[in-house]
Design a protein. Structure first.
Length: 280
């Protein structure tokens, strides 16, 4: 059992896992995930938090992840089942900062990211999940799932992620994600493995897989160098991704000129890659 003492002012993400089955677990610190497992990880998307500690329990013991804002924990194999996740802020006795994330479903062959989002300062803290299959796509294809954890930027608007191949003029059209509102993850989709410039459009009216109408603005552009997305069928365990829109901190907004950043999560060794406006 891992016991963590949390200093005053630390946001504690306490996972009271009430499984709906009695399977044993081989959960440990390894980030490697097999398709035969169910698994999850924790993401700190609360921009005005400092650190969060995530504690989760199975029949073997209690495991703790401590995360700064914009970070994701190791991928943890865990028994399949439906869990109630209790989130609590240890910096305050105010019960309004304690909230459940109910119906966290872990399925065999899937990875579920439990995302703490919102703002502590204005009382909008919440949690949601993004889950996708770990089964590789066809040869030459990457797998992508997008999620929106940006509560302050363009509140009330939907986000659509646009993946434009680099170099331009390669004959491959941009790939459009499903449109996602705050605290929502879209369905996973396939796109050709390769290098992409990733932009995000904010709009009051988006249709999944089609261009947004009444677009307010392109609010993020990863930059001209490109982001490499691997072939999910390569056998390396990579090529299956989640990408999450986060609120930018005030220093990030000053440095990069955008109100959001992106966090790219890969199943290959649990890699986490922050994407900043114009820097990738």
């Amino acid at each position: 059992m891992i016991k963590t003492t949390i200093a005053a002012g630390l946001l504690a993400l306490m996972f009271n896992l009430a499984a709906c089955n009695n399977n044993s677990s081989d959960a440990g610190d390894t980030p490697v995930v097999l398709v035969a497992n169910s698994a999850f990880r924790v993401v700190n998307a609360i921009a005005d938090s400092t650190m969060i500690s995530g504690s989760f329990t199975d029949s073997i013991g209690t495991y703790t992840q401590t995360l700064a804002f914009g970070a994701a924990g190791n991928i943890e194999p865990f028994p399949a089942g439906n869990y109630a996740v209790q989130v609590a802020a240890s910096s305050s006795s105010d019960a309004t900062q304690n909230y459940p994330v109910n119906n966290v479903q872990l399925d065999i062959g899937n990875l579920t990211s439990v995302i703490a989002a919102g703002s502590l300062a204005n009382g909008t803290q919440t949690g949601f999940t993004a889950g996708e299959s770990l089964t590789p796509a066809a040869a030459g294809q990457a797998v992508m799932q997008v999620a929106n954890a940006a509560s302050q930027a363009f509140a009330g608007q939907t986000f659509q992620f646009v993946f434009t191949p680099i170099p331009g003029g390669s004959g491959t059209a941009p790939v459009l994600s499903p449109a996602v509102s705050f605290a929502q993850a879209g369905s996973a989709f396939n796109l050709p493995a390769g290098k992409y410039e990733i932009t995000v459009d904010a709009s009051p009216s988006c249709t999944s897989g089609q261009a947004c109408s009444d677009v307010i603005a392109m609010i993020f552009d990863s930059g001209p160098n490109g982001v490499d997305l691997q072939d999910s069928s390569s056998g390396t365990g990579g090529g299956i991704y989640q990408i999450i829109a986060l609120d930018a901190t005030s220093s990030q907004m000053s440095a990069d000129g955008a109100s959001i950043t992106l966090l790219l999560l890969d199943t290959n060794s649990g890699d986490n890659t922050p994407l900043l406006n114009g820097k990738n």
